[in-house]
Design a protein around this ligand. Structure first.
Ligand SMILES: [Zn+2]
Length: 312
């Protein structure tokens, strides 16, 4: 099992420009502190390389990459009311995407059956040409595109269990049939996309699965959608690589949304994905997205990693 991160990811701090911002360095510090206290669950730690701009350009136009780079070089600032990039944010974003890419390379090379890429800023709201929702580049999408473009993978399944719809990832792969994107998310909250009827378009029709749930939904709802809808669709797709956009803001204690999962719920979801992926012969890599109550976040990350490793 492989855990990827980098100290530069602690230097990105949206609170510099957006007062009281919940996506702050303490999230990653709490995760790493809790893991260190548990001897990293026996996982091997690796330092994330910086993603190359060529890798980012697998899913983002060059103008977007250059725009973020130049904003950071000039000292940074708020991009919108939620999204900030400061002087240190470009390196953090490269390492965050690089964690997902390095994990994917290692998984595809057969170095491990499971990985966790713990970078920040998160990624799944970043659209091809637009940073939004705390996200600058779409880390999980870059990794999936890399697997297909350079690593010989033909089919990638992305499960997005962050409580918010992964609009960026959905948009990037909307017209593609080589990435199955499935998202379970709370309906009616940010970013407002991800309606049940949106199944992708053109050649990608049928390769997007949006499953909004109402506020207050708990483990029974989330697990039944995963077991009855998502995993059967993924089994039919026969993925060679599974990536989880792993946000933990569907936890009952999260301040940004209204679902009611527990840390153990994430372990159950991860366990179901792990068991299914074993049947498909596919490795599983989780990429950190949201999760804003530090205790809920760390408990949920640890539960997820333990389940991915097959620990009881
Ligand atoms: Zn989220």
């Amino acid at each position: 099992m492989l855990f990827f991160s980098h100290p530069a990811c602690l230097e990105h701090d949206p609170r510099e420009g957006l007062y009281g911002h919940p996506e702050q360095p303490g999230r990653l510090r709490a995760i790493e502190g809790a893991l260190a206290a548990r001897d990293w669950l026996g996982w091997e730690r690796r330092e994330a390389p910086a993603a190359s701009e060529e890798e980012l350009e697998l899913v983002h136009p060059r103008e977007h990459v250059e725009g973020i780079r130049e904003l950071c070089r000039s000292g940074g600032g708020a991009i919108d009311g939620d999204t900030y990039a400061g002087a240190a944010s470009y390196e953090a974003a490269l390492r965050s995407a690089g964690a997902a890419c390095a994990m994917t390379r290692a998984l595809v090379a057969g170095e491990a059956q499971a990985g966790f890429a713990a970078g920040r800023p998160p990624g799944h709201h970043a659209e091809p040409s637009r940073a939004m929702g705390f996200c600058l580049f779409d880390n999980v999408a870059v990794a999936a595109a890399l697997a297909i473009a350079e690593l010989g993978v033909e089919r990638v399944f992305i499960l997005d269990w962050d409580v918010h719809h992964g609009n960026g990832t959905a948009e990037i792969f909307r017209r593609r049939a080589d990435v199955l994107f499935a998202s379970i998310h709370q309906g009616g909250i940010f970013p407002g996309t991800g309606a049940l009827g949106d199944a992708g378009s053109g050649p990608g029709e049928g390769f997007t699965l949006n499953l909004p749930v109402p506020a207050g939904s708990g483990e029974d709802v989330w697990l039944s959608l995963l077991e009855d809808r998502v995993l059967p669709a993924a089994a039919e797709f026969e993925p060679q690589l599974v990536l989880i956009s792993a946000g933990f803001d569907a936890h009952r204690d999260d301040p940004l949304a209204g679902c009611r999962l527990e840390a153990s719920s994430f372990a159950r979801m991860a366990g179901l994905v792990r068991t299914a992926a074993e049947d498909w012969g596919a490795p599983v890599g989780a990429v950190l997205e949201g999760g804003y109550n530090l205790e809920a976040l760390t408990d949920s990350v640890i539960a997820t990693m333990a389940a991915l490793a097959g620990d009881e």
